[in-house]
Design a protein around this ligand. Structure first.
Ligand code: PRX
Length: 566
């Protein structure tokens, strides 16, 4: 049997150079991705084109052309520079999906800063860990979220500026600054930071099994991969109305909610409202969305409301549908064909890969349940866990591995080069997922190779949950694992052993839940606590989460000696 996957370079004919050329129209030495996402589009004569239409949860709307986007991001860049902010300073964005979030993303980059987007639902502990690690110097937030920062501010000596968007006449504390785009002088032209291709751009924190979340650090030239994959994998063209449902607190919301679409000069629509199938269909109908990028959890929620809900709306504008973040089950693909007359195309990637690496391309035959094939320019395969060599037998499960060197590859984990280096073995970048490849080269996802919980497409590390639990006076030890869930694929379940003197009871459970609720984001909150006398451990004392997990999933545990070695 010959090679499978496309790790033989001859299958990988596409050269990233092509897209570098495509992106070389800008000013000399200018590789600042914010320039390509706003000013360049204006210079090409599309300043009057709508960059985005934003709709809030009450139905209120705002529209920004590419020219507006250029000026507003200049204004923010100047505002930051005026406060003495310098290139490479970390600026956190901690807001709901309001227009300022999207605009300041570009503004920070134009100033030369490193953007650190964080999901606005994070609790104070989650926020603290990430701000402390990045030594963040400034943060944009809103009145709704500022109190979480106030509670941890004293412990963050590097955090100099808290910019509170639309604070109005609300009373602010020391070191907080009311920020409003309308309230500061508008800046038509700004001397954009001349980022070289390797200049740091975005810092996205992602969870692993052990230790604190790690900041995957990206560079300005990541735009090459995001631009090209948005064009060819998401199939967005200048005439499209594009909707990415992801929050920029997560990587999908920046790579494909900002950089990919805007560098392609497309009009996007943004909905800052909670999920409801009716509202979503209405949104598509009203704005005539043509390309829609969403996640399996959302698709499963839509499925629950059935095709009868779909039939109430005119969704004929939809041309291409893509999914990301979790396994897209075959059932969802088949349902989507029935409901929308077209399948959802799966796409696979990670915070670390920065852009789509395995996917179903438009025009390619979709095998429901498969993630598709490596994107041209990406060399991907599955390797044997022990030999670290590519598997050549179709259908045999191994670790997904990529040949390093694609433009949007993370360049390090912030302050954690050791962990970064540990992801590369035998000249492969190991994604940490298991899959098999069939005889036609299609990848089939099997599961994660670590203890990270994927709930609704969002990765949650057991470490953060367990740390929060351990701070409660009654908890002696704890383990967090994923348990099956019909909508979110998995939700968090915590196993807790109590200290002597405490007995399991509904009161203790409530007390623990209330205690950790403040610390964690709603996503990371356990849906269930099971009290146990003790937790299963390896001989070296590590908690065997996989054993607990396997029980929840009704899986064969088999030989635990491999777990012993973990
Ligand atoms: O386990 C894989 C799963 O999500 C992980 C990456 O999560 P994150 O870094 O938060 O990035 C999310 C944006 C892509 C992967 O390691 N994952 C992602 N896409 C898929 C998937 N699992 C199955 N099928 C997918 N299409």
């Amino acid at each position: 049997m010959g090679n499978i996957g496309n790790y033989d370079e001859k299958y990988s004919s596409f050269r990233w150079k092509m897209s570098e050329q495509e992106l070389s129209y800008g000013k000399d030495g200018m590789f600042n991705l914010a320039y390509y996402c706003s000013d360049l589009i204006c210079e090409r004569g599309h300043g009057d084109k709508l960059a985005f239409l934003w709709q809030g949860f009450k139905g209120e709307k705002k529209e920004y052309t590419y020219h507006d986007l250029s000026v507003a991001s200049n204004t923010i860049a100047q505002y930051l520079a005026g406060h003495g902010m310098k290139p490479q300073d970390r600026v956190c964005l901690f807001m709901d999906k309001i227009p300022e979030l999207y605009i300041s993303f570009l503004g920070v980059l134009k100033m030369g800063g490193i953007v650190q987007p964080l999901f606005s639902a994070f609790g104070e502990d989650a926020l603290f860990t990430r701000l402390e690690d990045a030594q963040t110097r400034a943060i944009f937030t809103t009145m709704k979220h500022v109190r979480k920062i106030r509670r941890i501010r004293d412990k963050l000596p590097d955090l100099q500026f808290v910019f509170v968007v639309n604070a109005g006449d609300k009373k602010l504390e020391k070191g907080e600054y009311a920020f409003s785009l309308a309230g500061i002088p508008r800046v038509d032209t700004f001397d954009i930071y001349k980022a070289d291709p390797e200049a740091p751009s975005v810092l996205h924190y992602t969870s692993g099994t052990t230790g604190k979340p790690k900041g995957a650090q990206h560079v300005h030239s990541s735009i090459i991969a995001q631009h090209v994959t948005a064009r060819w994998a998401l199939d967005i063209t200048p005439d499209d109305i594009y909707w990415c449902t992801a929050d920029p607190g997560w990587v999908t919301g920046t790579s494909y909610g900002i950089i990919g679409p805007w560098s392609n000069g497309v009009t996007q629509v943004i909905l800052d409202a909670g999920f409801s199938s009716e509202k979503w269909y209405q949104f598509i109908q009203q704005h005539k969305v043509t390309v829609w990028y969403t996640a399996p959890t959302a698709i499963r929620l839509l499925m629950k409301d059935g095709t009868s809900m779909v039939e109430k709306f005119d969704l004929s504008s939809l041309r291409h549908l893509i999914s990301v973040g979790e396994p897209l089950n075959a059932e969802a693909v088949i349902w989507s064909e029935k409901a929308f007359g077209k399948p959802f195309y799966d796409s696979y990637w990670q915070t670390e890969t920065g852009a789509i690496v395995i996917t179903n391309f438009p025009g390619m035959k979709v095998k429901p349940g498969s993630m598709g094939k490596p994107f041209p320019g990406i060399t991907a395969t599955v390797i044997d866990e022990k030999t670290l060599e590519p598997i050549t037998t179709p259908g045999r499960v191994g670790l997904i591995a990529l040949k390093p060197g694609w433009p949007s590859m993370f360049r390090t984990y912030w302050n954690n080069k050791e962990m970064y280096d540990s992801k590369f073995k035998n000249n492969w970048y190991i994604c940490g997922d298991r899959a098999s490849i069939d005889q036609d080269g299609y990848f089939w996802f099997v599961g994660r190779d670590d203890d990270v919980i994927n709930t609704g497409g969002h990765l949650v590390g057991p470490f953060e949950i367990e740390s929060a639990l351990l701070e409660h006076e009654a908890v002696a030890e704890s383990a967090a694992v994923g348990k099956p869930d019909p909508v979110n694929m998995e939700v968090v379940k915590a196993f807790v052993a109590l200290k002597s003197g405490f007995q399991p009871s509904a009161d203790v459970e409530l007390s623990i839940m209330n205690f950790i609720r403040k610390k964690l984001s709603p996503l990371a909150m356990p849906q269930e606590i099971e009290f146990v006398d003790s937790l299963p451990k390896t001989r070296s004392g590590k908690i065997m989460r996989r054993l607990l997990r396997a029980k929840e999933w009704g899986e064969e545990i088999g030989d635990t000696s491999t777990l012993e070695n973990d």
